[in-house]
Design a protein. Sequence first.
Length: 150
Amino acid sequence: MDVERARTFLLSLPHAAETMQWGDNLVYWVGDKAIGGKMFALIDLGEGLSKGVAMYSAGPERYAELLEREGLIPAPYMARIHWVAAEHWGVWRNAEWEDELRAAHAITYGKMTKRTHDVLALPVKQQAKLIAERRKLLGDRAKPVRKRKE
């Protein structure tokens, strides 16, 4: 597995969205963040790679088991929500990576609200419209409120 193969696979999963955040990190979401989407995986493109090449949701059931595997460590900042970090791509074979990332996607999808599931079930055009409306609303709220001079 490498970054490009992982990206291609992750984006092939249902309702997957990709963002670039926190420097050089590709973050993968089930659903768009604006409609209640949640992160399920992250690929670190940074040069230092001090925290690993990829991080993903392992779930509480498999978390301890996965940490026994050579090359997997608790994910910095996200271990409390049962995420693991892979120190290198050789931790898993390609098919195993796909199984792990598919499981991370399923865990995250399972935690989402009924409302978010309902939005994800909408046709793509309706989803896009809702996402645009929600981003506009969130953008308006993020702007500072200016008081009128009297």
